[in-house]
Design a protein around this ligand. Sequence first.
Ligand code: ADE
Length: 232
Amino acid sequence: MKTIGIIGAMDEEITVLKEKIDVVTAKNVIGLDFYIGMFNGNSIVFVRSGIGKVNAAVCAQVLADHFAVDYIINVGVAGAVSPELNVGDVVISKDTVQHDMDTSAFGDPLGEIPRMAESYFKADDELVKLALSAAEEICGAEKVFFGRVASGDQFISDKDKKKKLWSTFGAYCTEMEGAAIAHASWLNKIPFVIIRSISDNADNEADMKYEEFVEIAAKNSGEIVYKLLEQI
Ligand code: ADE
């Protein structure tokens, strides 16, 4: 039996799990509600972290310290960065970058975390394989992409910023938590994967598209995680 921690930033992103996993107990730590249940022979702990990198990293640390999780899965929505992506597509993380990490004044490349061995945290091969297969089953292979997730404390709704994320980092999608969860997971030596469903194109209409598609995209990513949990 493994213990699997699942983080969504917002309520919409954990709704499917709330509906489908029988919660046995819940525990509140630092104001966050951690829901605990059993599924497919594994212990599942899922939680809404709140939005942004600090909330996400702290939440991942609580999963490590209080729940001794073996794996961490981050589920939710994202803006499309790669020109080949559209609303309704899915990105499974290859690795992550914190796109707002900037010590270029000292000559460092954008995204590099100064004085750390790693800046681009790589997702776990086995979790990636399971996530890809679950996503393909739910959405069809043509909608599923494997690539870099760029996170920052910014909602990207600007076509020039979006282009920069593509040209600087080769990011496939952008959101506000994944790289922080990856960072915390790496520090704790916990394998992780990020599963993100595209809710908008991170361009000048992103806010409107997001409002329209956030719920359906969040549900989609939740269904993928549920399918993954059936196979793990
Ligand atoms: N989450 C969903 N869409 C996003 C965007 N455009 N920027 C940042 N986070 C997002």
